[in-house]
Write a protein that binds this ligand. Structure first.
Ligand SMILES: [Ca+2]
Ligand SMILES: [Ca+2]
Ligand SMILES: [Ca+2]
Length: 420
């Protein structure tokens, strides 16, 4: 059984700071009034009280108190509910040194971290492909994210996340993302256009989480096929028109749906495509030919996406250089080859992350969801399109070489994705 890795070149990661949490220690006198427990007190005896236990029993009986605890070692005394009318007589009992109000205490551990949601920005990739100005928002199109899952309660995604989801990973009960990768992909596709975070390419498309990779971002073909199988079985019922697969591993294509070289993944994807789902897949990050990686090599079944380095969200090469090449050139890590159909922004992409947060990462994994998003836009305006029609339309509308980007490597004749 093959094991594949997800196509992510990480680093450049900047998690936004989490909100301040104040771990309140044991409360002391003079603490906050709202922490008091009404009517409940700790009665402390003088040290010379010989039998604290008997004294406590006597006082509870004499004054009609509600005993809670008795103390005899760390201090002598007891805790009890004391009616207001009895408070003075308890205080003035000759055995009592003082009484303390009882108060709530808090564990000193960190409570669940709440991320302060930043004001919405338009990611450079969304700007670079011209999606920010699109009036088509992808409404009505459902996109399956076949990945590590999606943070199902992310504040910038939750409005678009379908109530149904699927996990193919043993030991998990839902497609909630325990890695971050799938949430990043989902945000590029369809983060909501609201006041917070980011905005996706198709901000009104629906996201369906299909978890096939574990918390480490790895999985097996058998789990990926499980995801493809579920998408295929449910495509008609839910209106799933697009599937994003920002993953890959070693393999090759017979361009015959796996029937010639016994490739079950290929066969499954072909069947899914025949059911009306357009698949966008990552070319891979090995700076190698996609002929040796799948699903990128499946030229008869998927749209394969390489990564562009863009630093300023605009064409023309005027932005600063990136870690993976000059602005508006193809990323140095990106795979290439005849099966590649489109380039899209894939360097230092800012998007959603698990735990309600955000992250900036690079990879053909990050380029692919731009194509999934534009596919959703295209299908929204051209219902019933075959996947080949989607692919060809996106290629025809793409930015040609030397019309906004250059390719010093000579490896990337593919056009760069444009939303319009
Ligand atoms: Ca947003
Ligand atoms: Ca640029
Ligand atoms: Ca292709």
């Amino acid at each position: 059984m093959k094991t594949q890795k997800i196509l992510v070149i990480s680093g450049l990661a900047v998690l936004l700071t989490v909100g301040a949490y104040s771990a309140r220690a044991l409360s002391q006198q003079g603490g906050r009034a709202e922490d008091k427990v009404p009517g409940q007190y700790i009665v402390v005896f003088h040290d010379d009280v010989a039998d604290a236990d008997a004294a406590a029993q006597d006082m509870v009986g004499t004054h009609g108190l509600g005993l809670l605890h008795k103390y005899g070692t760390a201090l002598k005394g007891f805790a009890a509910t004391i009616p207001d009318a009895k408070l003075d007589s308890v205080k003035h009992d000759p055995r009592v040194e003082f009484i303390s109000e009882d108060r709530v205490v808090y564990a000193s551990g960190k409570p669940a971290q709440e991320v302060t949601q930043p004001a919405q920005v338009i990611p450079t990739g969304v700007s670079r492909i011209g999606a920010a100005s699109s009036t088509n928002k992808g409404a009505g199109i459902w996109v399956a994210v076949i990945d590590t899952g999606i943070d199902l309660s992310h504040p910038d995604l939750v409005a678009n996340i379908a109530s149904v989801n699927k996990t193919c990973v043993a030991g998990t009960k839902s497609a909630n993302d325990d890695n971050g990768h799938g949430t990043h992909v989902a945000g590029t596709i369809a983060a909501a256009d609201n006041a917070i975070g980011v905005v996706g390419v198709a901000p009104e498309a629906k996201l369906i989480a299909v978890k096939v990779l574990n918390r480490k971002g790895s999985g097996t073909w058998s789990s990926v096929i499980c995801g493809v199988d579920w998408v295929t079985a449910n495509a008609a019922a839910y209106g799933i028109k697009v599937a994003n697969m920002s993953l890959g591993g070693g393999g090759s294509s017979d361009n015959n749906c796996g029937n010639t070289n016994n490739d079950a993944l290929h066969k499954a994807i072909c069947k899914s495509v025949a059911g009306g789902v357009t698949y966008a897949v990552a070319a891979g990050n090995e700076n190698a030919n996609t002929a040796n990686s799948v699903p990128a090599a499946y030229n008869d079944a998927v749209i394969t996406v390489s990564a562009l380095a863009d630093s300023d969200g605009a064409p023309g090469g005027f932005g600063p250089a990136t870690s993976y090449g000059a602005d508006d050139t193809f990323a140095s890590f990106s795979n290439f080859g005849a099966a590649v159909d489109l380039g899209a922004p894939g360097v230092s992409i800012f998007s959603t992350w698990k735990g309600g947060s955000y992250n900036t990462i690079s990879g053909t994994s990050m380029a692919t969801p731009h194509v999934s998003g534009v596919s959703a836009l295209y299908i929204a305006s051209h219902p019933g399109s075959l996947w080949t029609e989607v692919r060809d339309a996106l290629k025809a509308a793409g930015e040609p070489l030397n019309f906004g980007h250059t390719d010093p490597s000579g490896l990337h004749p593919e056009p760069v994705l444009q939303a319009n």
